[in-house]
Design a protein. Structure first.
Length: 129
């Protein structure tokens, strides 16, 4: 079991909570098939994005990375465990995520979020030389 943080970004407000999840078995960048309208309603109009950071060398669980999230109508920054990653609940749309961690090169990726769908995104960060 992996303990992760969960962050919810809605209307400019960001809520971060801790939770436990089973070990991720979804390949990097894999997305669930588009959700049916009833699944969207059941998901309160949001989709989930699981963010995993791939660090070489690894860092302690207490090390925090800064994640900047930019969407069409939403912008926020949150600190997450660099070793454990996090799960965001986001309104449907396209988001740009920029991850930075002292001593590592920053990385930027985009993610398309569908209502009621789960998506996993792995971002590798290389140690600066």
């Amino acid at each position: 079991m992996i303990h992760q943080q969960s962050a919810r970004l809605l209307g400019g407000a960001l809520l971060v909570t801790a939770c436990a999840h089973a070990a991720p078995g979804t390949p990097a960048g894999a997305a669930a098939s588009p959700a049916a309208p009833s699944a969207c309603a059941a998901a309160n109009g949001v989709g989930k994005l699981q963010l995993l950071l791939m660090l070489q060398p690894a860092v302690p669980e207490t090390t925090e990375a800064l994640v900047r999230i930019e969407g069409e109508n939403e912008r926020s920054s949150v600190r997450v465990s660099a070793a454990l990653g996090t799960t965001f609940e986001l309104r449907p749309g396209t988001y740009r995520l920029t991850v930075s961690l002292p001593g590592y090169s920053s990385a930027t990726r985009t993610a398309d979020i569908a209502c009621g769908a789960d998506k996993s995104l792995s971002i590798p960060l290389a140690r600066k030389r």
